[in-house]
Design a protein around this ligand. Structure first.
Ligand code: UFG
Length: 328
């Protein structure tokens, strides 16, 4: 297939691009490089620097196809910032996705895989979370992603869009060959922060909340390897049909606490990782773990990484070799 990838220079997007190319798909990346990295896109992939909100540039790029499908990663994803600057999130994640859908409609691209999130569930009433768990997001980021899911459902019915929203749990890890990895500025995610402590770039990791109703008092998350997210995207794009909207959780089904992640990172790196108890971070649900049965059954997807140490080891290879990320 010829696939147009928005946000293909970002963390999850770049791993998906690499995976698609390895599986024989032809890819064009569209990214404004605000958070993405040019170096994360393979040299043999066509790259268009453009903003999702720039309708003429987006349409011009989409008409260079014909494209069989769009994978849409471009979005803002800082939960805390979405609370203080909600309109920024509704503009980029919702309005600009609306612009993308309009452009796809006009140009005649009928397949879309969309990066959704477990943040659309809010604080789930039970775990593991299935696709039938009530979606009740508790921050503008989660709400912006849920709004797009609704647009996809309506577009499938009204004009034959074939859409698949993948609700990621905690994306983590780095490419097995060490060529690309996670580089957010600012970094807020647990695993890269822990590895920065291991590298001596930070003195300690603050543990946000040690009094949750969980086995060790710290939050539990489902850390899904970014290459497993990539294989889910490829299977989704190959499976979707015009006129249908599908929704899948993508996680390992296994939860790890913040303390377990820190301990696993200490074992993987062989370094001491000092940690400090901190107050709870507002908006953090205690436990988010996926029930991944639907995507396994319907798409035949299986995660290759099921052990947190394996995932952290892949991230560590990247961080150790690239202590400043993509900066030389
Ligand atoms: N944490 C710490 N210390 C840190 C950073 C994180 O204790 O310095 C904790 C958090 O409180 C949380 C866990 O580690 O319990 C994981 O935090 P991350 O920031 O790595 O990830 P989140 O679970 O907050 O966020 C992820 C995605 C978001 C998505 C969210 C859904 O990155 O895009 O899941 O809850 F919205």
């Amino acid at each position: 297939m010829r696939v147009f990838v928005t946000g293909g220079a970002g963390y999850v997007g770049s791993h998906c691009v690499k995976h698609l190319v390895a599986h024989g798909h032809e890819v064009v990346v569209y990214d404004n490089l605000v958070y993405g990295h040019r170096a994360a896109v393979p040299g043999n992939v066509r790259f268009v620097k453009g903003d999702l909100g720039d309708a003429p540039t987006l349409r011009a790029a989409l008409t260079t196809g014909p494209f069989d499908a769009v994978m849409h990663f471009a979005a803002f994803a800082y939960v805390g910032e979405s609370v203080t600057e909600p309109l920024k999130y509704y503009r980029n994640n919702v309005a600009n996705t609306l612009g993308l859908l309009e452009a796809m409609h006009v140009v005649g691209v009928r397949r879309l895989v969309f990066s959704s999130t477990c943040a659309t569930y809010g604080v789930p009433d039970r775990v593991p979370i299935t696709e039938f768990t009530t979606q009740n997001p508790i921050n503008p980021y989660g709400r912006s992603k849920l709004m797009v899911e609704w647009m996809l459902q309506d577009s499938a019915r009204a004009w034959g869009l074939g859409a698949c929203a993948l609700r990621y749990f905690n994306a983590s890890g780095a490419a097995a060959d060490g060529s690309i990895g996670e580089d957010h500025k600012p970094e807020t995610h647990l695993i890269p922060i822990v590895l920065q402590v291991a590298l001596g770039q930070r003195p300690h990791v603050g543990v946000f909340g040690t009094d949750y109703d969980t086995p060790d008092g710290t939050c539990v998350r489902d850390y899904i390897h970014v290459d497993d997210l990539a294989s889910a995207h490829r299977l989704a794009i190959e499976a979707i049909r015009p006129g249908e909207a599908r929704f899948y959780n993508v996680g390992t089904g296994k939860g790890n606490s913040v303390k377990e992640v820190i301990d696993a990172a200490a074992r993987v790196t062989g370094r001491t990782i000092p940690s400090d108890p901190n107050p709870r971070r507002p908006g953090d649900p205690p436990v988010l773990v996926a029930d991944g049965d639907k995507i396994r059954r319907e798409l035949g997807w299986q995660p290759a990484y099921t052990d947190i140490e394996q995932t952290i080891a892949s991230a560590w290879r990247w961080h150790e070799a690239h202590p400043n990320g993509y900066e030389a």
